[in-house]
Write a protein that binds this ligand. Structure first.
Ligand code: 13P
Length: 289
């Protein structure tokens, strides 16, 4: 399938220069995928739309890749279909082969040398095919579907970050600075001082994971501190499933899928629109497609 060429690096550079972050929303099926795209088009925002490893495994990467490519072609905004948190090099390769313009290899659970080696392998396959590669150093805490880690050694070390970026060829970096997947217990403790050091140490765009539950003022502060991509998952999944339950309860026996989805989709779209505004990405698609 012919795909529209998207320069992910240039879009993240535009975010950096323009003082906003490109939000990245995790979808699980075609209905939340469509709800997310609708929000981005209504607000004229560039976005990443991300499938986690379970999504591509359960649906099949040929299918997610094909509908991603079709959606990219049709979209009026830069729609960056992204493979999120894959710990397997072969799944990253499959995403590259299935029209994803952007992939994340997450080997952060492995020692630094192995992490670098995994990223290098993905970069060697992705770059000649024009695909952007995100990697991770340190750990994202929490218990979410996009990742789980409850250890205490989660902060990225600046010297590791420098070595990782210099040796792996990675295009963007997610660093452990205190954010977590899933819902936070209490207020997130983001290490802004570490973010500042990392931003000074490396030139690649920085990614913040664990968006759900981060207060707006902290997101804005992180963007000022160098964050160019902001990942949001849990609130999408929960809004979708809770809206679905409420709609099914309201309808009683024998509901029809498409009638139910007509009611559910706008609720997901609304949450996505709020996050686009928090990231200040609304109205920023101009000139990027
Ligand atoms: P949340 O689920 O906490 O929003 O994080 C999503 C994420 O970081 C996906 O990589």
């Amino acid at each position: 399938m012919a795909t529209k060429k998207l320069d992910v690096g240039a879009i993240l550079a535009a975010a950096d220069a323009g003082g906003f972050a490109v939000p990245a929303f995790n979808y699980s099926d075609i209905w939340d995928f469509l709800a997310i795209v609708e929000a981005a088009e209504e607000l004229d925002a560039p976005i990443f739309i991300s499938s986690n490893q379970q999504v591509v495994t359960d649906i099949g990467i040929e299918l997610t890749g094909a509908f991603g490519a079709a959606a990219i072609k049709k979209a009026r905004i830069p729609l960056l279909h992204h493979l999120d948190h894959s710990n397997k090099v072969e799944i990253c390769r499959a995403a590259v082969d299935n029209h994803y313009p952007s992939v994340m290899i997450d080997a952060s659970a492995r020692p630094l040398a192995e992490n670098i080696a995994a990223v290098k392998e993905v970069v060697a396959y992705a770059h000649p095919r024009g695909v952007f590669v995100e990697g991770e150093v340190g750990r994202i805490q929490g218990m979410g579907v996009e990742g789980m880690y409850t250890g205490t050694d989660f902060l990225a070390r600046v010297e590791d970050v420098e070595k990782f970026v210099a040796e792996s060829g990675v295009d963007s970096l997610a660093a452990g600075i205190g954010t977590a997947h899933g819902f936070y217990k209490g207020k997130p403790e983001i290490h802004f001082d570490l973010l500042e050091k990392i931003n000074k140490a490396v030139k690649v765009p920085l990614v913040l994971h664990g968006g759900t539950g981060i207060p707006e003022e902290d997101v804005r502060r992180a963007i000022k501190g160098g964050i160019n991509k902001m990942n949001v998952g849990t609130i999408i999944h929960c809004t979708y499933m809770n809206a679905l339950r409420a709609e099914l309860n309201a309808r009683g026996e024998n509901p029809y899928t498409l009638d139910v989805m007509k009611k559910v989709r706008p609720l997901v779209t609304n949450v996505v629109k709020q996050w686009i505004k928090v990231c200040m990405a609304d109205g920023k698609a101009k000139g990027l497609v």
